[in-house]
Ligand binder design. Structure first.
Ligand code: NAI
Length: 390
């Protein structure tokens, strides 16, 4: 089948839906972009026009292609118009009942071969599949923000999903120029789960008065991360980051490894959400942080070791639990959140015994289950093996 004949329906023309529409249209798919609000649809069209103009100015898009790309997206408020889509991606508000309503209505109008997908970040894909008459053609397609720029897509089958639809979606995402990885339907999927200690352990260090946000950020940038945890939380928004942490914590039945931080809660309560409010862990003027950054030559090795060991531990646990294959875990963290290295490879480089020792030290200092080493890591160390990644 030619790409030009393919039709994708996207429900929700907010940040994510609009970005996904742009990706599909760039690949030559016909796009039907639906929102309940015509104002949102108009805003989405204006934003795309501005993006295309910039790309044309920079010489990265021919003006005739810019016109064609924009014409490939048809906007509508009438769900009925999505009847003939090959694929429909729901990207409305993160609310189970709202999503359930849209998905059930879609099921009434599409043919049997249409694949239905959700871009949810935190709801159970299996739970959403459970409200459908034909759950086997439903799955998660989790894009990252901004969707046109972030290569990673987590393809998340519900336990009811037919594998042939998973394979089909993996192929389609590749055709859209994305890097798809298959993830098990568990809280946070891959990236939002494994990345938790990057924020959680950093907050804990500051909460305990062991270092300042500046110092933790300097340490992690020195370890190769583009942004430190506090800079990144200020960029993402403390409200958004806190909500993800809280939802992962609750979904894992309050596992202490994912416990949210009171510092972050206070920042949310104070309205210190980060860049968007001019104040978070840092104060901002004209979008730039005020104050001098920490001295990069400080002895921050212990900060790096503590946060990285917790991240690596999370990756070992995710691997053992079949959340994703080892290569997909590495791809997800390097391409989804731009980590300088895959965490498993990094752990091999450190030596798994070193990672284990770091965790055991934390566990014995704090006596908390939060620092329990992943059983897979312990097994590998006991049998004196490193991890085969490829
Ligand atoms: P948004 O708030 O920017 O856009 C949601 C859009 O859905 C709005 O335009 C709204 O008018 C529309 N809408 C709401 N209810 C509707 C209905 N019943 N029928 C039709 N349209 C409806 O939200 P955003 O950020 O684009 O998020 C959408 C989804 O993507 C959520 O599930 C979110 O968790 C997920 N997501 C968000 C990411 C982000 O960083 N913003 C990243 C990855 C996933």
């Amino acid at each position: 089948m030619e790409n030009t004949q393919m039709i994708v329906g996207i429900v929700g023309a907010g940040a994510m839906g609009s970005g996904i529409a742009q990706i599909a249209a760039q690949t030559g798919w016909q796009v039907l972009l639906l929102d309940q609000s015509s104002e949102r649809l108009a805003k989405s069209a204006d934003q795309l026009a501005a993006v295309c103009d910039r790309l044309v100015e920079k010489g990265r898009l021919e003006s005739v292609e810019s016109v064609a790309l924009q014409e490939r997206i048809v906007r509508t408020t009438d769900l009925q118009n999505l009847a003939s889509c090959h694929l429909i991606i729901e990207a409305i508000v993160e609310d189970f009942d709202a999503k359930k309503g849209v998905l059930q209505a879609l099921e009434e109008i599409v043919g049997e071969s249409t694949i239905l997908a959700t871009n949810t970040s935190s709801l159970s894909v299996t739970g959403l599949a459970g409200v459908l008459k034909h759950p086997s053609r439903f799955l998660g397609l989790h894009f990252f923000n901004p969707a046109p720029l972030m290569a990673l897509v987590e393809v998340v089958p519900a336990i009811q999903t037919d594998q042939q639809h998973v394979v089909q979606c993996l192929d389609w995402m590749k055709a859209w120029g994305k890097i798809p990885v298959q993830a098990k339907d568990t809280p946070g999927f891959i990236v939002n789960r494994i990345a938790r200690p990057f924020y959680g352990e950093a907050l804990r260090i500051v909460e305990e008065g062991l270092a300042s946000p500046h110092e933790v950020d300097a340490a992690m940038k020195d370890a190769g991360f583009k942004m430190g945890p506090f800079e990144l939380m200020d960029l993402i928004g403390n409200d958004v980051n806190y909500a993800v942490t809280k939802s992962v914590f609750e979904a894992f039945y309050f596992d202490p490894r994912y416990r949210p931080s009171l510092i972050q809660k206070k920042h949310v309560e104070a309205g210190w959400l980060g860049r968007k409010t001019g104040r978070g862990y840092y104060s901002y003027q004209d979008g730039k942080p005020l104050g001098s950054p920490a001295n990069k030559t400080g002895d921050w090795g212990w900060i790096q070791n503590r946060i990285l060991a917790m991240l690596m531990n999370e990756a070992f646990d995710a691997l053992a639990l079949g959340i994703a294959s080892a290569p997909d875990l590495e791809l997800a963290m390097t391409r989804g959140v731009n980590y300088p290295k895959g965490l498993l490879e990094w752990a091999n480089e450190w030596g798994l015994d070193v990672v284990l020792e770091q965790l055991q030290q934390l566990q014995s200092s704090y006596g908390e289950d939060r620092y329990r080493p992943a059983p897979l890591l312990q097994d590998l160390v006991q049998s004196n093996k490193s991890l085969e990644i490829h």
